[in-house]
Design a protein around this ligand. Structure first.
Ligand SMILES: [Zn+2]
Ligand SMILES: [Zn+2]
Length: 261
C-alpha cells in the first residue's frame, strides 16, 4: 500500500491510500483541481480513485467534495447522519452513489476499509483504518481525547497517521476567542502535541513503529514544534527517534512525497 497525504491542516484534509489495483480518498478538504495537481506530482492517476470515505462534515474535510464527486463520479462512504448532513449542506454532486459504512468493512479494489468512532463534535463522525496484504494503515485526526477503544483499534497498525493539532501554550496565549479555545481543548475537540506524544508512546509499546503527525493548526502549532515535543516526550520514556520508531509531519500541502507501507 501507499499513503499520500495530499493536504493536512486545520484548513484542509485529504489523504490518498492505494494499492496496485486502485485507491481511496479519505476526506476531500481541497478542490478537485488541487487534488489532481497533487496526485500528478506524486505520479498517481485521478482515475485510480474508486471511492471517497468521509470522516465528518467539518468544512476542512469536505470543502472539495462537491467538485470531486462531480468530476470523479465515484461513491461516497460515511455514517448515515454525516451523509444526510452533507446532502443538506449541498456538499455532494446530485446522483452520487452513497453508502453507509458504520461498523461494516468496505472492500474497494482489495483495500479493506473499516470505520471506528472517536470523541469529536460532529454529528456522527467515523475514522478509518485500511488493510491490504497483511498491512494496516490507520488515519485518526479530529480526536477530542484518547480512550481504550481507540488504543484497541490502532495498536496493531503498521502506520498511524495521528492528529497533533496544537501546542497548549500557543493556544492558551493566542488570539482565539475563549469559547473556541475551550472547544479545542475539550474532550470533543482536538489532540495537543503532548496528547499525541502520550498516545504514540503507548502504541510503540504495542509494537507500532511508524507515525505521521497531521492536522496541525496553522495558528497554534508548527511542524518543528510538534516534532520536537513528541520526540522529547518519547526520549523521556527511553524511546529513540529513528531507532524505536519513525516519525514525520504531514505537509500542509504535499509536493509529491508518499510512503510505502
Ligand atoms: Zn478537521
Ligand atoms: Zn473536525
Amino acid at each position: 500500500m501507499v499513503i499520500y497525504p495530499i493536504c493536512s491542516s486545520s484548513k484542509g484534509n485529504s489523504i490518498y491510500v492505494a494499492n496496485e489495483n486502485g485507491a481511496v480518498l479519505v476526506d476531500a478538504g481541497a478542490s478537485f483541481k488541487y487534488i489532481c495537481k497533487s496526485l500528478t506530482l506524486a505520479g498517481f492517476l485521478q482515475s485510480s480513485i474508486k471511492a471517497i470515505f468521509i470522516t465528518h462534515e467539518h468544512t476542512d474535510h469536505v470543502s472539495g467534495l462537491y467538485s470531486v464527486t462531480k468530476n470523479l463520479k465515484v461513491p461516497v462512504f460515511s455514517s448515515k447522519p454525516t451523509l444526510k448532513k452533507l446532502i443538506v449542506k449541498n456538499c455532494i454532486f446530485a446522483g452520487t452513489r452513497l453508502f453507509e459504512i458504520n461498523v461494516k468493512t468496505a472492500n474497494i479494489a482489495g483495500l479493506r476499509v473499516s470505520a471506528f468512532r472517536v470523541p469529536h463534535d460532529s454529528v456522527d463522525g467515523l475514522r478509518y483504518f485500511i488493510t491490504y496484504g497483511g498491512r494496516k494503515i490507520s488515519i485518526c485526526t479530529d480526536v477530542g481525547c484518547i480512550d481504550l477503544n481507540l488504543q484497541d483499534k490502532l495498536k496493531d497498525s503498521d502506520f498511524v497517521f495521528l492528529e497533533s493539532n496544537y501546542d497548549e501554550d500557543m493556544l492558551k496565549a493566542g488570539s482565539y476567542p475563549a469559547a473556541i479555545k475551550r472547544r479545542i481543548l475539550s474532550k470533543y475537540g482536538h489532540l495537543s502535541n503532548v496528547e499525541a506524544a502520550s498516545f504514540i508512546n503507548k502504541l510503540i509499546e504495542f509494537g507500532v513503529k511508524r507515525f505521521m503527525l497531521g492536522h496541525l493548526s496553522q495558528n497554534n502549532n508548527t511542524p518543528q514544534l510538534a516534532l520536537k515535543t513528541v520526540i522529547s516526550y518519547l526520549a523521556h520514556s527511553s524511546k529513540t527517534y529513528n531507532k524505536d520508531y519513525e516519525l514525520d509531519v504531514a505537509p500542509v500541502k504535499n509536493n509529491g512525497k508518499f510512503y510505502e507501507v
